[in-house]
Design a protein around this ligand. Structure first.
Ligand code: ATP
Ligand code: HSE
Length: 291
């Protein structure tokens, strides 16, 4: 039996738009039961997600290895769909990893990263989901370059609103161009964030997480919880709140004990009735086990 596990990811990390991502310990697990007449996908997502060859996992697998024998597969996942925790990336990577294992000529991890990035459109979810931990990556001219930074000694307070927000809808709120001065400010903040993360200067990193210039201000109207949670965290002396991926999930990074207190306070607010997770970083990335 083949089992594949892929972590959720929180992309952007403030100013790291389309570039920085963190793997979190909330997993999608795919089990390949065995060959079948047709593709069959048992999953917990209801009718919104197809359970045959049209499923994103299967379509992705077939895009890598078109002549794969159909299989019966079982998917379990606690990662909510279309909420900013990289669910589509977990499906893409699970599909690619399955195809790679079943193929007669498997491809390298770097080739899988390129293929996953092409399918997702940007590397900030797929790169940490493959490599684990904290990854900074760029995808320009069909070329992906990814660097794994030291795994941060931080936890993530994750607030998941009840409503879905598709990445495509959230990207349509973004401007076509940025003024040069704003782009330079955004880039310098992002660069300094990467330096702070590399030097394990967590207090500076947490402050810079809140200084994005690329996307949060344009998406703010779609994600009212961002301003609210940031304000409530500030009232407790905590910085490090940002919009996870395309939203609507809001993440605050910090020390586990501080985040527990923050969540207790957030849960008392009648405007914050979504789901809460307090997650460690996933340092493994995708894993494959055979038994
Ligand atoms: N396990 C899965 N199996 C099949 N399809 C999936 C699975 N997970 C996600 N999808 C598809 O991906 C869509 C969500 O992708 P989208 O990029 O909008 O959000 P996300 O990946 O959860 O968030 P973000 O990219 O902001 O982190 C779902 O509506 C569904 O169509
Ligand atoms: N960087 C992407 C992540 C979501 O897929 C975005 O913010 O749109």
């Amino acid at each position: 039996m083949l089992k594949i596990s892929v972590p959720a990811t929180s992309a952007n990390l403030g100013p790291g738009f389309d570039s920085i991502g963190l793997a979190l310990d909330l997993q999608l697990t795919l089990t390949v039961i065995g060959p079948s007449q047709t593709w069959q996908v048992d999953h917990p997502f209801g009718q919104e997600v197809s359970n045959d060859a049209n499923n994103l996992i299967v379509k992705t697998a077939l895009s890598l290895v078109p002549d794969l024998t159909p299989q019966r597969i079982q998917v379990t996942s606690k990662i909510p769909l279309a909420r900013g925790l990289g669910s589509s990336s977990t499906a893409i990577i699970a599909g690619l990893a399955m195809a790679n294992e079943l193929a007669s000529a498997p491809v390298s991890k770097q080739a899988l990263l390129l293929k996953a990035t092409e399918l997702e459109g940007h590397p900030d979810n797929v790169a940490p989901a493959i490599l684990g931990g904290l990854v900074v990556a760029t995808y320009v001219d069909q070329k992906v370059q990814a660097v794994q930074l030291p795994t941060p000694d931080l936890f993530a307070s994750v607030y998941v609103p009840n409503e879905e927000l598709l990445t495509s809808a959230s990207r349509s709120a973004l401007p076509a161009t940025l003024p040069f001065k704003q782009a330079i400010a955004g880039s310098s903040i992002g660069n300094t964030l990467v330096a702070a993360l590399a030097m394990k200067n967590w207090s500076l990193a947490l402050a810079l997480l809140e200084q994005d210039q690329f996307h949060e201000q344009y998406r703010a109207k779609l994600v009212p919880a961002l301003a609210l949670i940031r304000k409530m965290a500030h009232e407790m002396g905590l910085v490090g709140t940002y919009l996870s991926g395309a939203g609507p999930t809001i993440v605050t990074l910090g020390k586990q004990a501080d985040l527990l207190k923050l969540q207790t306070k957030l849960q008392q607010n009648p405007a914050l009735t979504g789901q809460y997770h307090l997650l460690p970083v996933d340092a493994q990335g995708v894993t494959v086990t055979k038994s």
